[in-house]
Ligand binder design. Sequence first.
Ligand SMILES: *[C@@H]1O[C@H](CO)[C@@H](O)[C@H](O)[C@H]1NC(C)=O
Length: 208
Amino acid sequence: MNTLSVFFIFSLLASLSIALEHDFCVGDLSLPRGPEGYACKDPATVTTDDFVYTGFRGERTTSNIFANNVTLAFADAFPAFNGLGISMARLDFGLGGVIPLHSHRTSEVILIVKGTIIAGFIDSNNIAYYKRLEVGDIMVFPQAMLHFQVNVGETPATAFVSLNGANPGLQLTTLSLFAGNLPGDIAEKITLLSHKEVTRLKRIFGTA
Ligand SMILES: *[C@@H]1O[C@H](CO)[C@@H](O)[C@H](O)[C@H]1NC(C)=O
């Protein structure tokens, strides 16, 4: 067996490792989370309801600053995803609503179910790939790339995304810069924005 085949087999084993030990590993959120996710809930106590998530039902209000409403079904909200390397989210957009520039540790695929949005990502050469998407369209954002969605239709819009990680993370660039503990003077230096503009942005998020 050559080195490449050995490497391939080990990669396959690594990706299938949960299946070697368990059929599933519904996360036990009362135990600490490790690098591979949560420890497994005792299978004897697992029921069908553990495998069903109903949190995407109903309407959403979109009254925040971005006119969006994001419902995350990551492993902490839906522990059945733990160990399976998948998760989902529902994105709702009011008129003109946006999901601002953000990234995850994983890839993502989006499916538009209502309205019309422009979705896109920007690669590490600063090339933007973006397109107007209609109901039924899907688009993929490769792993870790900065991406965004903008409602450009005449109605509210809704989309669902799936990510290839149970806990893919969600890092919104604007919030990282202006809603957290990063001092404004550093934010000015690393963005080339003016003091006035950084202060305006920090005030929006209550940090100045
Ligand atoms: C999202 O919509 C739900 C249902 O209308 C609402 O309870 C919640 O406050 C909204 N979240 C945001 C951030 O607007």
